[in-house]
Design a protein around this ligand. Structure first.
Ligand code: SUG
Length: 421
């Protein structure tokens, strides 16, 4: 291991793409999901792309965690829906969704240096806006309770009650001098009433901040730009991301851009803003390529790397910006494309696929931590058990259901996590 494993650091917990990964177009306001509705999906390739991304970050940072796919198809949801084939196919597809792969929506995380009781707080997101996502939190919580079961170091909450929509870390940013130092937590919410649902509600964000015991002087609440939501930024992490002192953002991310900068700077004077102007990269191109749905990482040498989707390299305007940025003397020194195309086609980039938990990795259940041998093991199980292809007409099929259940079961066995069965 290269990185710090004996002390507090940022650990990325990537979601392993589940064996039922498919394109059912379930997310209103998520343009990629709508555009790929009905396409065949490739769960094996999708999961292997995810493991390759994790391997890259393990080599860069020396530390990497993962979370597991949830049980699918979710028969208790199908039973509740009383699905008899007469309704829209969305009801058929929701219990099959592999959407828990996007662990940026698993929970909101407030690291120990920020909280009143000095433990790291996690609140599973209720994801109430979308049926296929609202089924996630009970199983997510069960997993968080195991992975972060050390009560001296972690506090796991229940979800925010409906009707307040909470989408977790995808609408939460943290600014700090170093990950282990106290930080300022920025909560970004949407105002309802637009063309697409505003999935993160202000009251949900405020509730989470209170429950986590954050200092009100170190919390900032910011409204997302309604035009960004209408353009397809259904989560704030599609248009901005923060790491340590740096806020990397599109110029049209927030309802009041300069007001947002002022509010963050008032709470965190060391703020360094890397803003991409609309003239360099339009809002629609930023959303199409997911430039901001990137992992902004502090490398062991102190510089920052931006892990972007492969789609960024293929965009003339995005790559021109990237090339100029790498040549400049700014905080982002390297921009590294990764292939997560299977996830991207459902609106999930590199940042959606990971939950950041600032903690001492030694306090996490080691079964959720990756090393090279475990990456080999994941690849072996995925290659042997994950379906190669799922066509839209396969959803609901009994034979496929058996294969999907067996694949997850093989993974739990291999990782010695059978209590999650
Ligand atoms: O909730 N897509 C996810 C993508 C989540 C991305 N996460 C972050 N931005 N952090 C969503 O919209 C598509 C499912 C489908 O259509 O089958 C989906 O759920």
């Amino acid at each position: 291991m290269i990185g710090k494993t004996d002390a507090i650091c940022e650990v990325n917990f990537d979601g392993i793409v589940g064996p039922s990964h498919n394109y059912a177009g379930l997310s209103l306001g998520n343009i990629a999901s709508a555009n790929h509705r009905g396409d065949p999906s490739y769960p094996r390739a999708a999961a292997l792309q995810g493991v390759t991304k994790m391997r890259g970050n393990l080599a860069r940072l020396g530390v990497q965690g993962f979370l597991l796919p949830l049980p699918r198809p979710n028969t208790s949801l199908s039973d509740t829906l009383a699905y008899d084939g007469s309704e829209a196919s969305q009801l058929r597809a929701a219990p099959w969704s592999a959407s828990s792969m996007w662990t940026a929506n698993a929970a909101t995380v407030s690291p120990a240096p920020d909280t009143a009781d000095g433990t790291c707080h996690l609140s599973p997101a209720n994801l109430v806006t979308m049926l296929h996502r609202a089924q996630e939190w009970p199983d997510t919580k069960r997993m968080l309770d195991i992975a972060f079961g050390n009560r001296d170091h972690f506090t796991i909450h229940g979800p925010v009650p409906p009707t307040f929509g909470d989408e977790g870390a995808a609408n939460h940013m943290r600014l700090c001098e170093t990950h282990g130092a106290p930080g300022v937590e920025v909560f970004v919410y949407g105002r309802p009433g637009g063309l697409f649902p505003a999935r993160q509600h202000e009251q949900a964000s405020r509730l989470v901040a209170r429950a986590h015991g954050l200092d009100p002087a170190k919390c900032v609440f910011i409204e997302q730009n309604p035009a960004a939501i209408e353009a397809g930024a259904f989560h704030n992490d599609v248009v901005s991301v923060a790491n340590e002192r740096v806020l990397f953002t599109h110029a049209e991310a927030f309802a009041d851009q300069s007001g947002a900068y002022d509010a963050i700077r008032a709470a965190f004077p060391a703020l360094e803003i890397v803003e991409v102007p609309s003239a360099d990269v339009s809002l629609s191109e930023a959303i199409r390529t997911y430039l901001f749905n990137a992992q902004l990482l502090t490398l062991p040498n102190g510089g920052m790397a931006l892990i972007v989707p492969e789609e960024c390299r293929k965009s003339e305007s995005v790559w021109a910006w990237a090339t100029a940025t790498m040549a400049s003397n700014g905080p982002i020194r390297e921009i590294i494309p990764v292939d997560v195309r299977q996830s991207m086609a459902n609106g999930g980039g590199p940042a959606c696929l990971r939950l950041r938990v600032v903690c001492d990795p030694a306090t996490v259940d080691p079964r959720f931590m990756l090393d090279e041998a475990k990456a080999d093991l994941l690849e072996k199980v995925i290659t042997q058990s994950w379906p190669e292809q799922i066509d839209p007409t396969d959803i609901g099929n009994e034979v496929l259901a058996t294969q999907v259940i067996a694949a997850r079961s093989a993974l739990l066995n291999a990782l010695n996590l059978n209590e999650l069965k």
